[in-house]
Design a protein around this ligand. Structure first.
Ligand code: UDX
Ligand code: ADP
Length: 477
């Protein structure tokens, strides 16, 4: 049951935390809490035993600069990764829910609404095994009013356990997670119970300055997370829409971004035009926002935000069209080096990466792809390509499987990918790409040797002077 004011037990300082979900959010966030708060025992639990084993090994399941040192510094002391879910929940004063909430692929709201199955299972598990009083913290991004469902499930606990529910959305970006966690712009805590909010504030106050700790009501907190991601994605789609116009008018999108970014009302961040945004959050959260707006009878608002995703899809398609058009209207049987598969640099995460869609469309044009990413495994790349051809829950057709088997190779360095290739497509902005030996690469490529830079990372290298046909996003030369 959720506690009422009169029966609510006194809430002391948090001594034991359990985090359900050892993913890109739960892992780094809990590692940072353990690193900053030596007096708190932090247990990170997951039903995926392989993932937990990786967290306990030398090779962590996620690549994130700075994470290794923090995990290895606290692991086995006050940071524990385990599959003993029930025990960790039972012992904890505070339970974070940090499981995945992917877009639904079936049933009502398919393709838009968030799949809350994993959240609900966590809430039921907490209700089942808890004793005493617990503060349950929603860390995963959730539709507004999810806390209502979590509270309702917890209220059915038969053990007599009592609960407070808080929303504490995570704003870290992958690739910079450790810096973001060390010095967050803000930590947002939404809730109804002052004492529960204070307990969580006291955890963060051990390293985050007081003025960055923001408390709100539950629903504002839930909605703020969706809104922040929608605004960020909107900036990328806005500059990407302008990139198309730049290519038609001889303007340069990076110059336009610089000029508008110097207006302090606009600001310079998140104006980097690209082949399209990816990641586990932006598209999912906007689709979720769109679905919520429709649900609440606000079709105009829904249409407004839907356009951010539509523009992103257009940008990915446009990139492939430009490649095909430039390469004499056919890429069939041409070898194309794909440099980068992660959705951004400094992560091994490929969820919703633009590379998946660009590769799919190139394969549909019968191109041969040689893919290199410094952090993404071959198994991951093949799984992503199979999934995109599967299109939701459908079976992978024999033809698609053959296309992937015959036309995709994954190699272990950028130069090997470009060997005998007709073109290089840069899809992730990994720093190492700019250090490649382009003179040597040019020698070994088919001529004309095309470079399609989906991140404008090689723009300053004057590759045209070396003899490449270089094309980036949002400018024409
Ligand atoms: C995002 C939010 O930034 C973070 O606050 C939230 O907690 C989770 O979602 P993340 O998806 O990890 O973080 O990375 P982010 O840096 O936001 O990049 C998202 C995508 O947008 C990437 O594909 C990136 O390459 C792209 N992007 C970003 C651009 O194309 N141009 C930009 O100017 C910025
Ligand atoms: P995020 O980016 O939100 O962290 P991830 O997919 O990286 O998402 O991680 C979510 C983790 O949550 C996965 O490792 C998954 O196995 C775990 N998980 C999902 N449901 C449960 C559950 N009911 N109990 C424990 N762990 C769960």
């Amino acid at each position: 049951m959720t506690a009422t004011a009169s029966e609510r037990p006194a809430i002391g300082p948090v001594k034991k935390i359990c985090c359900i979900g050892a993913g890109y959010v739960g892992g780094p966030t809990m590692a940072m809490i353990a690193h900053q708060c030596h007096g708190i025992e932090v247990k990170v639990v997951d039903i995926n035993a392989e993932r937990i084993a990786q967290w306990n090994s030398d090779e962590l399941p996620i690549y994130e600069p700075g994470l290794d040192d923090i995990v290895k510094g606290r692991r086995g002391q006050n940071l524990i990764f385990t599959t003993e879910v029930d025990e960790a929940i039972r012992e904890a004063d505070m339970v974070f829910i940090s499981v995945n909430t992917p877009t639904k692929t079936f049933g009502v709201g398919a393709g838009r609404a968030a799949n809350l199955e994993f959240i609900e299972k966590c809430a039921r598990k907490i209700a089942e095994v808890s004793v005493g009083h617990k503060i349950v913290v929603e860390k995963s991004t959730l539709p507004v009013r999810t806390a209502e469902a979590v509270k309702a499930i917890l209220a059915e606990a038969t053990s007599g356990a009592t609960f407070d529910v808080l929303s504490n959305p995570e704003f870290l970006a992958e690739g910079t997670a450790i810096d973001d966690l060390l010095a967050p712009d803000r930590v947002l805590i939404g809730g109804e119970s002052e004492a529960a909010i204070q307990a969580l504030v006291d955890v963060y106050a051990q390293w985050v300055p007081a003025e960055r700790l923001l408390t709100t009501n539950l629903w504002s907190s839930e909605l703020s997370k969706l809104t922040a991601n929608a605004f960020l994605a909107q900036r990328v789609s806005s500059i990407n829409s302008i990139s198309a116009l730049c290519e038609a008018t001889e303007a340069d999108v990076d110059e336009v971004a610089m000029a508008i970014g110097m207006d302090s009302r606009i600001g310079p961040k998140f104006l980097k035009s690209s082949v399209g945004f990816g990641g586990s959050c932006f598209q999912k959260d906007i689709l979720n926002l769109v679905y919520l707006c429709e649900y609440f009878g606000l079709p105009e608002v829904a249409d407004y935000w839907q356009q951010v995703v539509t523009m992103n899809d257009y940008q990915k398609r446009r990139f492939v069209h430009r490649m095909v058009r430039t390469m004499f209207n056919t890429v069939s049987d041409k070898k194309i080096a794909i440099w980068g598969f992660a959705f951004k640099k400094d992560t091994n995460d490929t969820r919703e990466s633009a590379a998946i869609y660009v590769c799919r469309d190139l394969l549909l044009e019968k191109a041969r792809l040689s893919i290199y990413d410094p952090q993404v495994t071959k198994a991951q790349i093949v799984a992503n390509l199979e999934a995109v051809f599967q299109n939701g829950d459908q079976e992978l057709s024999a033809m698609s499987r053959q296309l992937i088997e015959n036309n995709v190779e994954v190699v272990s360095d950028a130069e090997a990918a470009a060997d005998s290739a007709h073109a290089i497509a840069v899809l992730t902005e990994w720093d190492e790409f700019a250090n490649a030996n382009f003179a040597k690469i040019l020698e070994r490529m088919k001529k004309p040797a095309f470079v399609f830079d989906g991140r404008n990372t090689l723009k300053g290298l004057n590759l045209e002077e070396l003899g490449f046909d270089y094309q980036g996003i949002g400018f024409s030369r």
